[in-house]
Design a protein. Structure first.
Length: 118
């Protein structure tokens, strides 16, 4: 599956952004679907994901501020980010892990940059 992320930009601290990730095929039945982020020089970290059973997991640093959602009819994943902080500045990537043959295949979007300023 190919993923196309968008919605990043520059925002002041306390502001909001909504990221979108459009998949090239159905996201109704995936093992994992979500968002990671990466700061230059640091490892990519999980932000929020849907598990295969539809439950969600959020990183502690975004709980209460970010919300992940999906529209299966549009093959689109969203990340609503509220009360953004300086430390949320990063490139945000969407990810999908899908069944592939007898295994799994991981796909990443191209990343969208979020810059939070004071």
């Amino acid at each position: 599956v190919q993923l196309q992320a968008s919605g990043g930009g520059s925002v002041q601290s306390g502001g909001s952004l909504r990221l979108s990730c459009v998949a090239s095929e159905s996201i109704s039945h995936v093992n994992l679907l979500g968002w990671f982020r990466q700061v230059v020089g640091k490892e990519r970290e999980r932000v929020a994901v849907f598990n295969g059973d539809g439950t969600t997991n959020y990183a502690d640093f975004v709980k209460g501020r970010f919300s992940i959602s999906r529209d299966n009819a549009k093959n689109t994943l969203y990340l609503q980010m509220n009360d953004l902080k300086l430390e949320d500045t990063a490139v945000y990537y969407c990810i999908a892990v899908v069944p592939w043959g007898q295994g799994l295949k991981t796909s990443w979007g191209q990343g969208t940059l979020v810059t939070v300023s004071s």
